[in-house]
Write a protein that binds this ligand. Structure first.
Ligand code: MN
Length: 294
């Protein structure tokens, strides 16, 4: 339905602005094995098989086949020689080509773009070997997309019925608008992004007419679970009052830049394009929510 239109925006979403708002991240991974090199890399390895520890369990997070200096390549080849093993503890490594497994003691830093739904590093690139870190220090939580510290810090979950919940790996595009009868009535506009709900409080509600602008105040990221939340936040708690879902559905991103976001909402009440534009003059958290032209 909206697919054809999206393609038009893809170059922008995929390349320029997408890269800008998703700077490269890095994490320290354990090398569990390697594939053999092909072609010009015939005398060395092809890619390193990477894992991270979720508690005591190693989780496969993909493989890295680029970014090696000659020096790093030499060091790795030499190290592999003494570490070969016939079996691995990395049980769910779905690598199609044959792998030479090694004792999981080598740690390397890898830079990457993002994490897929299957918990694999996207566009990984070898950065350096790390002898200052142990394998068990390479924990899975390094690649969880965002933390929700601010959300957690504001709430006492023994008192509020709101969900606690960590950031999740997800690539959905949910939106929700919650009618929040707090000290002052406002509408919370939330868009799923990178495993959390990006959130704005809109005192005057969602604009209805094209070109109409309402002030929207950026608030802390909320857990994805929050999109289903309705209920009463008790007196004395942050945001005390009642919360009702005004509308929910999915959205198609048109573009998502640092200072300007445009989405097409597909809800039950709200349908069509909305823009969020940073309103710097009014303050660092101030935006304008605008009903855009479809
Ligand atoms: Mn609110």
């Amino acid at each position: 339905m909206a697919k054809r239109k999206d393609r038009m925006y893809e170059p922008c979403v995929r390349s320029r602005s997408w890269l800008k708002i998703n700077p490269l991240k890095s994490c320290d991974c354990v090398i569990f094995g390697y594939t053999s090199g092909q072609g010009s890399r015939k005398n060395t390895f092809g890619a390193l098989i990477l894992g991270l520890y979720d508690g005591a369990t190693p989780v496969h997070v993909g493989k890295v086949g680029t970014g090696f200096s000659d020096e790093a390549e030499g060091l790795l080849m030499k190290a592999f020689h003494d570490l070969e093993v016939s079996e691995t503890k990395l049980t769910k490594a779905d690598v199609p080509e044959p792998v030479s497994w090694i004792q999981p003691v080598l740690v390397c830093e890898v830079v990457y773009q993002s994490v897929t739904k299957e918990n694999k590093l996207r566009m990984p690139r070898f950065h350096r070997l790390r002898s200052d870190k142990t394998a068990m220090e390479c924990t899975f939580d390094q690649i969880l997309p965002v933390d929700l510290q601010e959300y957690e810090a504001k709430r006492d979950f023994s008192l509020t019925p709101e969900p606690s919940g960590a950031a999740q790996q997800s690539e959905g595009n949910a939106f929700v608008v919650q009618e929040h009868h707090a000290r002052r009535l406002h509408y919370d506009f939330r868009l799923e992004k990178d495993g959390v709900l990006k959130s704005w409080a809109v005192p005057k509600g969602i604009p209805e007419k094209t070109g109409e602008k309402h002030l929207a105040v950026e608030v802390e990221d909320h857990p994805l679970e929050y999109r289903k939340f309705e209920g009463t936040i008790p007196e004395g708690q942050y945001g005390a009052g009642t919360v009702k879902i005004f509308d929910k559905g999915t959205y198609e991103p048109v573009f998502w830049k640092e200072n300007e976001i445009e989405v097409a909402l597909r809800g039950e009440r709200l349908n069509g394009k909305y823009a969020l534009v940073r309103f710097k003059k009014a303050g660092p958290k101030q935006w304008l929510l605008i009903k855009a032209k479809d």
